[in-house]
Design a protein around this ligand. Sequence first.
Ligand code: WTA
Length: 651
Amino acid sequence: MSLNIDSVLNETRTFPPSPEFSAKSALGSWEEYRALHERSVEDPEGFWAEQAAHLAWFRTWDRVRNWDAPPFAKWFEGGKINASFNCLDRHLPARGNKPALVWEGEPGDKRALTYRELHAEVCRFANVLKGRGVRAGDTVAIYMPLVPELAIAVLACARIGAIHSVIFGGFSAPALVDRINDAASTVVITADGGWRRGQVVELKKIVDEALKGTPTVHTCIVLERTGKPVPMEAGRDARWDDLMREAKPDCPAAELDSEHPLFILYTSGSTGKPKGILHATAGYLLGAQLTSKYVFDLREDDVYWCTADIGWVTGHSYVVYGPLANGATVVMYEGAPNHPDTDRFWDIVERYRVTVFYTAPTAIRAFMKWGDEAVKKHDLSSLRLLGSVGEPINPEAWMWYHQVIGGGRCPIVDTWWQTETGSIAISPLPGLTPTRPGSATFPFFGIDAAVVNEKGEELPNGQGGFLVIRQPWPSMLRTLWGDDERFKEVYWKRFEDKGYYLAGDGAVRDKEGYFWILGRIDDVLNVSGHRLSTMEVESALVAHPAVVEAAVVGFAHEIKGEGVAAFVTAGAGHAQVPALAEALKKHVRDTIGAIAAPDQIHFTDALPKTRSGKIMRRLLRDVANGVESKGDMTTLEDLNVLAKLRAQDEE
Ligand code: WTA
């Protein structure tokens, strides 16, 4: 971590907000914002009550915050609310004919839905779910390409109080099985396939494979997207279009308790089993709505595009709930950024006159590599604000984003947050915060963030430590699905006496107090902005018959931020040849998904271990990164192991 600290603290370029942007700021001046932030953490109940009043409620809450039994927080108890109602119904009088979703498929097909049309589709699909026996509190698994029906399915669940569990379309059958079974989902919504780089990803085929091992599932709803024929199992499978044709158009939004579970979203932790992050309706919706409004400075005529898939939390909060709760026009694009060419995104920005654009550093680095020409072909003058999320953005990529994409005129909001935080937690506010390339700057309202040492004591500026949040906030996770103990253990145990939330990231504040995120402090990799646990990949590898032992670490990767390096000991009789390396990569792709496939495979007769048998990942990380190992090696059981690994690397 120390290396990063030095390098981030050398970054002193500051970009003050432009006067034009500041003049339009909804929040007044920088000083007013600071004062409001102070109030939000000193009087959270007062602050959040005022903000929550802007949502549509069926019944107002009795109590703003309940933190009587930490770490289990409750917000707006006694209130009745519906997230789908807030995203749709409440806009109908003023925005009925305004485009809500403007979608483009990878092959170039297009579809736009106004708020009225989206509302109608959601109501109909909610009735489809009811017709299939789905009730409030049931969990529904959604495994779809990035099509409007994905957003429709999500909002239909929210409408009737069913808990959606969206599983990213890049996951494989075994990953699907784990997630469906953990949540005990009864219904799976999928499509015949989706388009990615000109190929059909056969989602239904993967679902069919998965459903052999998921006893709770009684219904599978299949959207026709690619037209490629798929087998349909009588009794279990039904076509989206057939069901919609028969469904009634009216479906009042259920009046749900504020704390009613809205969704589960699985994410990687430092042990193998994915964690089902659980979010509650009112608090989550408020976080997504308020951050969208202020961080993206949403205005009535904005055309807003967040490139994330709804399979990740960014898509939940900033494709669906946040922008729609604000009545914004949301652009959605199904496919790859380089199909048919590397200028696809810029072509979309130009054609739809996108004004606010939110993407990930890994994408930005890929665009940099593909060259400025692809960008310069297009008129990007509609853009006024740029965002970044998912991993630390390196200053070089920040500057390129600022100059080449933003034409030097668009503020950049580098937004730090997590599946767990539900909504953006540290970020500049455009027009107010002077930005620094690579820094997420300052906490959002209600977020009492700090950098602390092992004892939970706040560290002076310039010293790196644990990033914590010192009091609860409305959109925080409520627990891990079915595992309160793990929830306590992972996020709260380290600073139990203080009641601090442990984010799992390292951070440092610079002289002026700017937050710089230094990356994960646990065994979690951040590959292309997606979280993967080293354990998950390791257990996939050792499940292969040729593998005896495996250790996985991250290494610095030019595009992905972090790449996956696997150190593998093969069993007797298995030749350690490139063909086996390829077979192992494919095996990981098939068991978890393409994002987890190792970039490097190192065969080794033994792994570097401590005398007590613990794998010394630190050393493996050095090998994978091609750097000298420093620090204590006295605990290493067999020094030869490391020497051999290095020698092999130089071959
Ligand atoms: C990392 C994605 C630095 C961080 C919204 C965090 C970031 C993890 C940033 C959460 C950022 C996300 N700067 N690091 N702007 N945004 N991260 O749950 O390590 O997929 O803990 O949520 O991504 O990843 P998750």
